[in-house]
Design a protein around this ligand. Structure first.
Ligand SMILES: *Cc1c(COP(=O)(O)O)cnc(C)c1O
Length: 388
């Protein structure tokens, strides 16, 4: 397992200057859909891009090294990444998923359950009794997302993975919110790591993509075969862009989480703010676990605005620097209102159970100057005060 300092080097330089044709320093992009045979019955290293492609393999190899896995598949979206992991589950197998998982994952799990491929138990994974009850049903797979979206709840990957091993279940961790720069689930016992590479790994909000990293060689091979069978492998151009973005993963995430910490401290105790959900705050219920299993607290946070829907409207319309948009993990700061945006389709009752109020706002903190970010938030608060 590489040491943390080695990971910086992998991100910045894996595959650099390995081009044998022209000694290009940056690995070239291979857009070709097909590759010529060397002769009758003599294929080369590559045949057809759906199956394998050098640009995509370069990204997969880098991701496998960063997560400490045996291999990786690069697919066309984060949702496809979740789906190919579900496909490794025996027919009718039980999948234990967080009750507050990513909305698209929730929808996919329900859809796969409706067509009879899997059974799903949505569980509050922070509730030990609920988790034990789920494990008593001999699940095939446990899906973990930590920190969760948008409330940043943290669960103990190592403890859940150990419990899963005893129950004979595989463990998949969606590591999208932190990236391998801040959390490495395979080192904590996970069999699979899932990424929406759309977010921090690419980091520039210009690619939709996904990846799965497998701890074991046999799982990595099974995944590679499956993504070719169903044809969900990622495009070479997207792979190239994502690897380009990945080069700066560590400095981006380090700076972004410094900004996020400053914003969390600014919001904490502000008279127009209720709760602030950021694992870096000592008052956060997951602070202790986050400190042990994460290398940092990340750049995502959410908070409750005082004053209800009218305050939310005034705030998001007046806020500066932050852009009102879904998604996260890019170099630019975004603000989202989960109740009307990312989590609108969940419905009122499901949002109430998950604890997502109409006053909750989520921030994805970018690389802008801290002073400008704080001033941008101040502009939003001023609009609420003027309203009164
Ligand atoms: C965005 C996201 C996904 C889905 O990824 P896409 O690339 O949008 O398909 C899955 N899980 C988490 C945690 C996400 O944030």
């Amino acid at each position: 397992m590489p040491k943390p300092k080695d990971l910086h080097t992998i991100a910045a330089a894996n595959g650099i200057a390995t081009d044998s044709t022209f000694r290009a320093v940056t690995p070239p992009i291979y857009l070709s859909s097909t590759f010529a045979f060397n002769g009758y019955e003599k294929s080369g290293a590559y045949e057809y891009t759906r199956t394998a492609n050098p640009s995509r393999d370069m990204l997969g190899d880098t991701l496998a090294k960063l997560e400490g896995g045996a291999g990786a598949v690069v697919v066309c979206s984060g949702m496809a990444a979740v789906d190919v992991v579900l496909a490794q589950t025996r027919k009718g197998g039980l999948v234990v998923a967080p009750h507050d998982c990513y909305g698209g994952t929730y929808r996919l799990l329900e859809a796969r359950q409706r067509c009879g491929q899997i059974e799903v138990a949505f569980v509050d994974q922070g509730d030990a009794a609920a988790l034990s009850a789920a494990f008593a049903r001999s699940p095939a797979l446990v899906l973990i997302e930590t920190p969760s979206n948008p409330l940043m709840r943290v669960v103990d990957i190592k403890a859940i993975a150990a419990q899963a091993k005893r129950a004979g279940a595989r463990v998949a961790v969606d590591n999208t919110f932190l990236s391998p720069a801040l959390q490495r689930p395979i080192s904590l016992g996970a069999d699979f790591v899932i990424h929406s590479t759309t977010k921090y790994l690419n980091g520039h909000s210009d690619v939709v993509g996904g990846a799965v990293i497998a701890a074991d060689r046999a799982d990595a091979e099974a995944l590679a075969e499956w993504v070719n069978v169903v044809g969900v492998t990622g495009a070479p151009f997207d792979s190239y862009l994502t690897l380009r973005g990945l080069r700066t993963l560590f400095p981006r995430v380090e700076r972004q989480q410094t900004n996020a910490g400053a914003i969390a401290r600014f919001l904490d105790g502000h008279k127009l703010v209720g709760a602030v959900h950021y694992p870096g705050l000592p008052s956060h219920p997951g602070h202790g676990i986050a400190k042990t299993q994460q290398a940092g607290f990340g750049a995502m946070l959410s908070f409750e605005l005082v004053g209800g829907t009218e305050a939310v409207r005034a705030f998001v319309e007046a806020i500066e620097v932050f852009t009102l948009a879904e998604s996260l993990g890019g170099v630019e700061s975004l603000i989202a209102h989960p109740a009307t945006m990312t989590h609108a389709k969940m419905g009122v009752e499901a949002r109430r159970i998950a604890g997502i109020s109409d006053s909750l706002l989520r921030l994805s903190v970018g690389l802008e100057a801290e002073a400008d970010l704080l001033a941008g938030l101040e502009a939003g608060f001023a609009a609420i005060s003027n309203q009164r």
